[in-house]
Design a protein around this ligand. Structure first.
Ligand code: CP
Ligand code: NVA
Length: 309
């Protein structure tokens, strides 16, 4: 059987993604049922950028299912600099059962996956953050009891998190409005890829530079940092350009009364979101963080082809 990677939500059908979400619901309800599902398996975690949530949730999730973890911190590994990415893959596959990798260029994780006989999971690249995106749709489904027909506004930088939210919206039939400054739109390649799924699910992907227009009457308002990991040199310039895109109570007032506020975290309070919004009743950011655990456990079981015990 061909091994399965988890590099992008785009690679999975709506049915497959719904199956993973259903499995995550079961895991969340009855974690003990899965406590030895990964017994005898060892997963390598390679992180070339900092992490709180992704590292913690993969380590805890794998341990809760009886598996083992080897963690490689940023700089320890130097994918492609100390050693060719393909050689790293061909070494690791001899020892471990799977790889979770956070890196810079998306081509690095694709090379890793192509050269490795064991499953590779994308734990964030410059292009996408599929574990985050899938956990976010799980969290929305928990709060709104459905996905199809909902409206989501993403306000800020057209970045990795935005790209995974676009792919998810197209797969799950969620209308998505994206408000970015000109020049910071999501990548055309992602919009093109998502288009066919959006059409077949009857939803639009709207781009605008007007945050109010994007947020008008939506069920979910989502934002992320203005400066992603690796872009630190642009921080001051971005602070200026993005300041009209702050999610504050004035902007939230244009969304539906029962709209939720989401952020993948880490948040830069006072920049892309105010304390008032992130600490409000509408904010579900810590549910998102918790659900990374349940959804990633489901992703692991799904790609390993492990059925419910
Ligand atoms: N949201 C997220 O991936 O957080 P970390 O960067 O802390 O892993
Ligand atoms: N866009 C952010 C997400 C962090 C989880 C970054 O890449 O730094």
């Amino acid at each position: 059987m061909k091994k399965r990677d988890f590099l992008s939500l785009y690679d999975f059908s709506t049915k497959e993604l719904n199956d993973i979400l259903d499995l995550a619901t079961n895991i969340k309800k009855r974690p003990n049922v899965y406590k030895s599902a990964l017994a005898g398996k060892t997963i390598a975690l390679i992180f070339e950028k900092p992490s709180l949530r992704t590292k913690a949730t993969f380590e805890v999730g794998i341990m809760q299912m009886g598996g083992n973890v080897i963690y490689f911190s940023p700089n320890e590994f130097q994918l492609g600099r100390r050693e060719a990415v393909s050689d790293v893959a061909k070494n690791l596959e001899r020892w471990v059962d799977g790889i979770v990798c956070r890196t810079f260029g998306h081509n690095i994780i694709e090379t890793l996956a192509r050269n490795c006989s064991k499953p590779v999971i994308n734990a964030l690249t410059d292009l996408s953050h599929p574990c985050q995106g899938l956990a976010d749709y799980f969290t929305i489904r928990e709060h709104k009891h459905k996905l199809k027909g909902l409206k989501l506004a993403y306000v800020g930088d057209g970045n990795n998190v935005c790209h995974s939210l676009i792919y998810g919206a197209a797969k799950f039939g969620v209308e998505i409005n994206i408000a970015t400054p000109r020049g910071y739109e999501p990548k055309v390649e992602v919009l093109k890829n998502a288009y066919a799924d959006a059409v077949s699910n009857g939803v639009n992907i709207e781009l605008t530079d007007d945050p109010i227009a994007a947020v008008n009457n939506v069920d979910v308002v989502y934002t992320d940092v203005w400066t992603s990991m690796g872009q630190e040199a642009e921080t001051a310039k971005r602070r200026q350009i993005f300041s009209p895109y702050q999610v504050n109570t004035r902007l939230m007032a244009f969304a539906k009364k029962d709209a939720v506020f989401m952020h993948c975290l880490p948040a830069h309070r006072g920049e892309e979101v105010t304390d008032e919004v992130i600490d409000s009743e509408q904010s579900i950011v810590f549910d998102q963080a918790e659900n990374r655990l349940h959804v990633q456990k489901a992703i692991l079981l799904y790609i390993f082809g492990i059925k419910k015990k």
